[in-house]
Design a protein around this ligand. Structure first.
Ligand code: NDP
Ligand code: VSD
Length: 361
């Protein structure tokens, strides 16, 4: 009897080990490292924010770096700032990613690329109802179609490279490319699009030893983020606030490490790590340990995801209730000014009962 118990326990202990061995055998693509020292790293949107931090980091690690953006002035400034902080010179090239011929010329002038980081991006957060179609087209155009232009322009050179070391194509997505967020209809669509592009492209280029990475930063303190915050809907900030704000240098470090280790998904903070597991879907996974974590925590993380949605929809409901309440307040005040004092008194009591402070600007 005791023997039977013991062998049952041994079997229970053995199961995860057997499962790990099974995963180690089947995970694809196979694990690998992508060196960047002395290799050509081409970074779009490299004149500002995350791209600039990536350029500085890659240069520090011994890569030959080219940065691309539209404004030559901002590119010159970035080059100077990298030279001042590291003593290293990066190459600059000006082009609009929306213009395929310009992108092709820029890529050709820069020479064969070993690591292409498609990081350029524009983001203007609004409810779709309040967003101009021009802004929608800009976000899809720069973030998604611009990335297609880059890959189409760089791929022939990457495939016909002479050195046979593995190379990488990395896409800067966003946590808003893993879960739809209020105020990001167009932006989320552009970033979700990158995932489809990345998953399909990885299958197409694996035979050429080209490896795809998809990077998912949370809100990051950059010039673009400062601009975005000037007119962002309050609810966008509240919901995105579930994941905090990172510094561009920290995002760049995570991103570069992810690229070097050939990871397909590259989360940047703890929430991003959970989000990557919760949204793993049918994405490729090189790490059998991560695959194990994905399998065993899938159910629990689905519950966590549902809890996040519960709090987000709670915030949205509260926001609408408050808006209704404010509208009522102001219509009563303007309709009958004599009632104002009495109404304010009732409102004060009401406010004590329900806390709206979260929404007060
Ligand atoms: N900051 C954040 O909170 C987050 C950002 N991200 C993503 O990270 C990436 C970088 O963001 P961030 O550093 O904040 O952005 P910034 O606005 O600070 O920088 C954007 C860069 O992209 C370049 N760029 C913009 N449009 C084009 C274009 N049409 N052609 C070529 N280059 C262009 C800009 O230069 P120029 O204008 O001169 O062309 C600039 O170098 C984006 O893809 C963004 O979506 C993801 C998650 C969070
Ligand atoms: C199951 C576990 C879930 C874990 C928590 C989920 C948190 C999601 C928060 C999403 C934040 C989106 C930020 C977008 C930033 C961005 O791209 C803009 N600043 C524009 O650049």
């Amino acid at each position: 009897m005791a023997d039977a118990d013991l062998s049952f326990l041994a079997l229970i202990a053995l199961l995860p080990i057997l499962f790990l061995i099974f995963l180690k055998l089947i995970v694809r693509p196979r694990p690998l490292q992508i060196p960047i020292k002395s290799r050509h790293v081409f970074i779009t949107g490299g004149s500002s924010g995350i791209g600039l931090a990536l350029a500085r980091q890659a240069a520090t690690e011994g890569a030959r770096v080219t940065i691309l953006a539209r404004s030559l002035e901002k590119l010159e400034e970035a080059k100077t700032s990298i030279r001042l902080s590291t003593g290293i010179d990066v190459a600059i090239v000006s082009a609009d990613v929306c213009d395929f011929e310009a992108v092709k010329a820029a890529v050709e002038s820069a020479g064969p690329i070993d690591v292409l980081i498609c990081n350029q991006g524009v983001f203007v957060a609004y409810e779709l109802e309040n967003q101009e179609m021009k802004e929608v087209r800009d976000m899809i155009g720069v973030n998604l179609i611009g990335t297609f232009n880059l890959v189409k322009a760089a791929l022939p050179g990457m495939k016909s490279r002479s050195d046979r070391k593995p190379v990488s194509i990395a896409f800067m997505s966003s946590q808003a490319g893993q879960v739809g967020i209020y105020g990001y209809t167009a932006y989320s669509a552009s970033k979700f699009g990158l995932r489809g592009l990345a998953e399909a492209l990885q299958q197409e280029v694996i035979a050429d030893d080209i490896h795809v990475s998809l990077i998912f930063p949370p809100d990051t303190d950059t010039p673009g983020f400062v601009e975005e915050n000037k007119k962002k809907p309050r609810l966008t900030s509240i919901i995105a606030g579930s994941s905090g704000v990172m510094q561009a240098d920290d995002v760049a470090k995570k991103a570069l490490n992810g690229i070097k280790s050939g990871s397909f998904f590259v989360p940047c903070n703890f929430e991003g790590f959970l989000l990557a597991i919760a949204t793993a879907g049918l994405s490729p996974q090189r790490s059998y340990l991560m695959a194990f974590v994905e399998v065993v925590s899938a159910g629990v993380l689905r519950i966590a995801g549902l809890c996040f949605q519960w709090t987000w929809y709670g915030s949205i409901e509260k926001w609408h209730a408050q808006k209704k309440y404010n509208d009522l307040c102001s219509s009563i005040c303007t309709a009958t000014p004599s009632l104002r004092r009495g109404w304010m008194y009732i409102a004060a009591i009401h406010k004590n009962l329900i806390s709206w402070t979260e929404f007060e600007d």
